[in-house]
Design a protein around this ligand. Sequence first.
Ligand code: GLA
Length: 711
Amino acid sequence: MKLRKSTHLVISNFYIKKKLITTVIILLFSQLILAQNPDTFFDKKDLMLVGSYYYPEQWPESNWERDIKRMAELGFEFTHFGEFAWSTMEPEEGKYNFEWLDKAIALAQKYNLRVILCTPTPTPPVWMTQKHPDILMVNAEGRTIQHGARQQASWSSKTYQEYVSKIVTLLAKRYGNNKTVWGWQIDNEPSHYGASFDYSENAQNSYRDWLKNKYKNIENLNTVWGNAFWSQTYNNFEQIRIPNQKELVQQANPHAVLDFKRFNADEVAKFIITQKEILRKYIEPSQWITTNLMPHHSAVDPLRMKDLDFLTYTKYLAEGYDLGHGEQGFRMGSANSIGFSNDFFRAINGVSGVMELQPGQVNWGLFNPQTMPGAVRMWMYHVMSGGNKFVCNYRFRQPLSGGEQYHYGIMKTDGTTVSSSGDEYIGVIKELKNLRKIYNSEVKTPDILFKRKAAILYNPDNRWEMEYQPQTNQWDYISHINRYYNALKSFGAPVDIIDESKDFSQYPFLVAPAYQLLDEKLTARWKKYVENGGHLILSCRTGQKDREAHLWEALFQKPILDLIGAEEIYFDLLPTSLMGKVKMDDSSYEWNNWADVIKAKSNTTVWAEYQDQFYKGKAAVLHRQLGKGTVTYVGVDSDDGKLEKQVLKKIFDTAAVPVMFLPEGVLVEYSNGFWFGFNYSSQIQEIPMPEDAKVLIGKKNLKPADVVIWQ
Ligand code: GLA
């Protein structure tokens, strides 16, 4: 009996232990999954959740319940609090007030809204800057940026970093296991906006530390920067200042500039990742952490923030800068604006969301037009078609005071009437409910999309280096990339914008546009990719320099000459008033930004040649077979992208991959078993779809800013 009891005990102990161990393993595993696969934060069946920004601190408390209740009644599924509320959270040093936020979160919970909670670090309170003026950033003119707007603090200030740690820790501890808090946004569009770079003493010191860490000794730095040139040699790191054109007679050292851009991007990434690490210490594994970035802001590198669970972006399209397609394009923006951002941000960690989407008219544009009726709805579906997990409207109420008075919200200025763009949000929310019912997780992505799949290889080093040494006033790296991106999208090809950490072999087509800085390792990877059957497309400027932006002590662009089948290359640039001509097959194309004039090897096929200038008859585009794949080199950067598009078309033909022919401004996307057609153009367009397509929303013929969804 005794024995039995003890056996029983042993057995039950064994089971308890086993259960415990299994639970621990499951817990660890689920944490691991959450840490490794951001997809698990979201339910696929939701497709895309829709939310709206709200600022309780900016409205009388008597409005909160009315507004939050209304938000929920209109169908919004989450809200967003806190990124600019530091002075409400900590009105005086060490005197905290979170009760208002507790109340607002409780109201969100009452009405079933999830909350994205933000760290308030873009807006340090005035008491802090008065007590520690050295936390302020300094602009290129040496002017200290003052309290009165936002993002005035230096990311390099240790004092500021300490304040940041304190407030973030308090928030994490207070809300880290609040079930209503869905996820966290760190800071807001960290960028310093127009002021761009910080030249404060804190930043100068941090830059020196960064250089010390990179070069170890000053001789190394002198060599890499080529400091014998113009007697720039340094004796020690303390003598170095951030290269600042405003304090120099002639052009700064390009290597110093490149290092500074890298440093600056590292500095902001560190600022964000440090906050992430604090949050992760205290919050539930089910709460995700992100930040929101402006996709085209060159000084900040989203790739350096991969340690976040995922990245999100912010998007405003009708603001007077982007004139879009055709006469009415300024009311919709360009078709590639959301598209490129989707394909860039999603590719980083496999998941993305849109933290801010324009709600209608804004206040800060070049001019601030009304959006085309339907445009907001079209943008929302475009966001969804890029696989984004959520879209958040900026903002629920139009502010009556403060710096964004003329900025639309879901509500009109009275706070209770839905605005025209608010109506579009609400319409999509309703339609989404039906799409969720139809969603079928079993549906397989059509084969043709795998065949057409393309990647564009991106490295901010190239961008920074060419921004600083463009060689022509007409060089624009993002426009250059977009000429390829737009062509691929007009073929109906899925595109990922990837960095070098990704496996190229997943993509039948790989474009590396103007990949100016490279090393042997990368050219070897490209070669292998092609030999194994990939189609590699390189464009002008590729391979001119090594990773430190030195020209090679060899023939110009030597590392790629064999790969592309060339003997030699030089380049030419034209004035804006003159168009050069290039001939490919039976057509003539115009160029004016950049021309690599190429001497092809005898066994390389010349696809296009120059028709004028003193190098008439010389090669402009080369193509060659290598192993099972092909390499194409496009030496020209045009304005209209027609040549680039024709070259890509010819490559797809060579690879026997059929493509679509979508007119400018028209897009066809596929996501989660749904096909989407979008019309960003100023005319009515017919979306090509199969005879047996089951149209779920809209119709085949789209007026401008309209959408069709089918299966
Ligand atoms: C940006 C900011 C927001 C707000 C909006 C206004 O994207 O992140 O805080 O200022 O613009 O359009």
